[in-house]
Design a binder for this molecule. Sequence first.
Ligand SMILES: [Zn+2]
Length: 144
Amino acid sequence: MKTEVLEDDPSEVETGIFCEKCNKWVNSFYTTQKDVDDTVYLLKASLQGIERNVKKKLLEELEAYKDWKMKKEVTEEGFALDGRAKNISGILITLKSNDISYEIEPPYPYEIPVYKKLWTEEVERLKAMNPGLNVTAEELNALK
Ligand SMILES: [Zn+2]
């Protein structure tokens, strides 16, 4: 088995069976560095002071997570879990998208995309059109 970083895109790798004698791949495929990363990351975050809906979503996400390779401890106050990069990336997206601070060891080297809250832009638009409107994105997010 061999895994080699691609020269033209260091976030991608070629991995598979490589014959040293013939100096060629016998059977291989392309994937991302993150997917072949065997590092076990320890992720911790506090759930205190977090908006109720965000906390509910996060707890549901943690609850739904079934991976025998991942150990987790979840309480109302916070959580700690360990897992491989590809397994914890969803949780990291939720944390970062909701501005929840967390600790991760060793440092997570991959990009974490941030998804804006569903209603934020829509509320700005509605408020611009209706100056008397008294509603927040949080209230509307709670409705979905
Ligand atoms: Zn060979």
